[in-house]
Design a binder for this molecule. Structure first.
Ligand code: ZN
Length: 180
């Protein structure tokens, strides 16, 4: 295993609305098990697991113009799916935009944990994972994306999203087995 003392795993938007709700895609299902495996291994190694979850304000949220209402604060749709329920000691960061960093406490939590490398997983490769990667890059974090722990609505979106994150933010694209 590599030196992973300064790593954190970030799980983005694995919420009911994205998996079984109004904006679910059949392509999300196959990333659940790899994320679960990654989180379990991370916890066993003492690597923090941080959920960055959409938590939208009813009615007024700007994202609804693009996606329609989803992951509304306080609803079942905004809850993490049962398969990936957080464990004791995990962190949960609510967010209102695509990026896990924008107007949230994610950076503060990462700094307090001494993290220098974020392992970005979840939904969607070409949207929330991409925007979170951008903000991680701007803040000087190294980025790793295990390719089987993210996807999006289309194959082109997936391959394009990962290629963009790799090229523009210098991310390492690997598999879960490469990490552990
Ligand atoms: Zn959203």
């Amino acid at each position: 295993m590599k030196d992973m003392k300064k790593y954190a795993v970030i799980v983005i938007d694995m919420l009911n609305d994205f998996v079984t709700g109004p904006i679910a895609s059949p392509r999300v299902n196959h990333i659940i098990e790899p994320i679960k495996k990654l989180c379990e291994k991370a916890r066993a190694e003492g690597i923090p697991v941080i959920y960055a979850n959409d938590c939208h304000t009813p009615d007024i949220d700007k994202e609804f113009k693009v996606w329609g209402p989803h992951a509304v604060e306080g609803t079942k749709g905004a809850e993490i799916i049962d398969e990936l329920k957080p464990a004791k000691g995990d962190y949960i960061i609510p967010k209102k935009t695509y990026s896990g960093f924008y107007e949230t406490t994610l950076e503060l939590v990462l700094r307090e944990l001494g993290v220098d490398t974020v392992v970005i997983t979840g939904w969607q490769a070409d949207c929330c994972c991409r925007h979170t990667s951008a903000d991680a890059f701007f803040r000087g974090f190294n980025i790793i994306v295990p390719r089987e722990t993210t996807d999006t609505d289309t194959e082109e979106g997936y391959t394009g999203g990962l290629a963009y994150i790799e090229k523009i933010y210098g991310a390492t694209i690997c598999s879960v087995n490469d990490l552990f």
